[in-house]
Design a protein around this ligand. Structure first.
Ligand SMILES: Nc1ncnc2c1ncn2[C@@H]1O[C@H](COP(=O)(O)OP(=O)(O)OP(=O)(O)O)[C@@H](O)[C@H]1O
Ligand SMILES: [Mn+2]
Length: 496
């Protein structure tokens, strides 16, 4: 009797489990067919007849929870997509006049006139729309640079550009001069180029506390993450950067025409291909860049137009750190330092001061202490955005914040309203900065190798964002003119 009822209850457990397994199957199948559409292989465990234990069933359920999360994300409940749909990320773009574009295309007539003249390729590009669509992605990117931003986030060319850099055959690799650390200039078919920074230390290695920030290795993942963060802040002031796995033997050593570079290649005792190049810092046998055994993670940044076509001006940051081991910079000693800056051109008019504050917010969030200079396009004079180039020393430390990076904000107590409102948005649970950064970085090809920013770095972003908002709050308690209202022209419905 007892045995029979036990038999019955075992059967009903089996039946229950079979039902669970069946419905889980069904869910997964719906997910595969409706969401992924592309190849989706069911895990083999689902193909077997269920005969597992309760704990296995729980494991299955857990796995499915993960799947459900993914389903929500795939169905458009992505925080990233929702963020980019918010009005603050879709402000009407100012109508651009001809001189608001960095590069001007020749009209067909002008191009015809110049036939026979000895002009280089780029100068004979025409305005013809058909022509424009057939331009390679790197050229479309350069043609899209305007007075106010490097790119339009919604332009489909951006994805084409990163795909182009991440997948095209590397035709050439030479060392890039300028700056202090090793970097290469790669060339691709159709005359495209990219600035390569190699992975030099494990992603999670925190900067040694006894190392000056200017001594730290540059990080390839910092270059990639900085591009994503800048875009998420709505700035669009960093050239697109994408990660890639490169075979340094076949894709660099074997094809480079740079003799100085190729002479520094060697095989390490572990059998890995390594090189060190020639530069000021860390270009020595003691600091080699090595593949495993050939493969290396790198960051590739889209190139700005050549300086002969679009000259840039380099500005020393008023809040530049002292690059001395013993001296402090003026801004570190004088609490009223900003009063002087505010009276000094170009910071005494236009948006330059709030542009510096934007840059300081970006740098504080990613803990970049190395912003000694910034650049602008000469063509646009002082009425233009600031280029946030060179972010290789960001994301060096997650366990500590560096409040001094925020000095332009805390000393000047000025910030753009649009920046502040976006920062507030990113501090809400539905758009949480760490979540949208994680999601955005997952789109990079190297995201599949390992997360580009570890969880401690992501939570540091949320912690630092809260610190920025507190700093603004403190300013507002003491001053009345903290907000630079750049949204007035877009209506009066914005919160204070
Ligand atoms: N995407 C780009 N397109 C064109 N030029 C670039 C790009 N990124 C950087 N540069 C130029 O190359 C120079 C060197 O790059 P970068 O600053 O990243 O090197 P670095 O070795 O980190 O320099 P530093 O040691 O001064 O920090 C920059 O000053 C900038 O003018
Ligand atoms: Mn640098």
């Amino acid at each position: 009797m007892v045995r029979r009822s036990r038999g019955q209850s075992t059967r009903s457990i089996y039946l229950g489990l079979a039902c669970i397994s069946l419905s889980l199957h069904l869910l997964l199948a719906i997910f595969c067919f409706s969401v992924l559409q592309s190849a989706c292989v069911l895990p083999t465990v689902h193909d077997q007849k269920w005969n597992g234990s309760i704990s296995e069933a729980t494991e299955e359920a857990k796995k499915l929870l993960g799947v459900e999360k993914l389903m929500k994300k795939e169905k458009g409940r992505s925080k990233l997509e929702e963020l980019f749909q918010h009005p603050l990320y879709n402000l009407p773009r100012p109508e651009l006049q001809e001189d608001d574009w960095l590069l001007r295309l020749k009209t067909d007539a002008e191009a015809e006139d110049s036939v026979g003249e000895d002009e280089d390729e780029e100068n004979s590009i025409t305005n013809d729309s058909e022509d424009k669509e057939t331009h390679p992605p790197w050229l479309q990117f350069q043609l899209g640079i305007s007075r106010w931003e490097l790119y339009d986030r919604n332009n489909p060319n951006l994805a084409q550009l990163t795909h182009y850099l991440a997948t095209n055959r590397i035709l050439g690799a030479v060392q890039k001069t300028g700056g202090t650390q090793l970097k290469l200039l790669l060339s691709f078919p159709n005359y495209g180029q990219a600035l390569l920074k190699p992975m030099r230390q494990s992603r999670d290695a925190e900067t040694d506390v006894n190392l000056f920030y200017f001594s730290d290795f540059e990080r390839h993942n910092a270059e990639i993450a900085a591009f994503h963060l800048d875009r998420l802040l709505g700035f669009n002031r960093i050239p697109p950067v994408v990660g890639r796995l490169v075979n340094i033997t076949t894709e660099i050593r074997d094809i480079t025409a740079d003799r100085k570079l190729s002479r520094t290649f060697f095989t390490s005792p572990a059998g890995n291909t390594c090189f060190y190049g020639q530069c000021e810092y860390y270009c020595s046998t003691e600091n080699p860049v090595c593949g495993r055994p050939h493969v290396l993670e790198v960051s590739l940044a889209a190139m700005l137009p050549d300086l002969t076509l679009a000259p840039r001006r380099s500005w020393r940051s008023p809040w530049r750190r002292s690059y001395s081991r013993t001296k402090l910079a003026q801004w570190e000693k004088d609490p009223a330092y900003c009063d002087t800056v505010k009276q000094t051109p170009p910071y005494n008019s236009g948006t330059r001061l709030v542009d510096l504050v934007d840059m300081a917010v970006l740098d504080f969030l990613m803990s970049n202490m190395d912003r000694h200079h910034y650049e602008t396009f000469e063509k646009f004079g002082n009425e233009t955005f600031l280029l946030h180039l060179d972010n290789g020393r960001a994301f060096g430390r997650h366990s500590q914040d560096e409040p001094s990076i925020l000095a332009p904000l805390t000393q000047c107590c000025r910030i753009r309203r649009s920046t502040l409102l976006r920062l507030r948005l990113l501090s809400l649970p539905e758009f949480r900065l760490s979540d949208v950064v994680r999601e955005s970085l997952d789109l990079d090809p190297l995201g599949a190798v390992a997360p580009l920013l570890s969880e401690p770095h992501l939570s540091a972003l949320d912690r630092r964002l809260a610190a920025v908002l507190r700093a603004v709050q403190t300013c507002q308690e003491k001053h009345t003119d903290v907000i630079y209202d750049d949204l007035k022209k877009h209506g009066d419905h914005w919160p204070d």
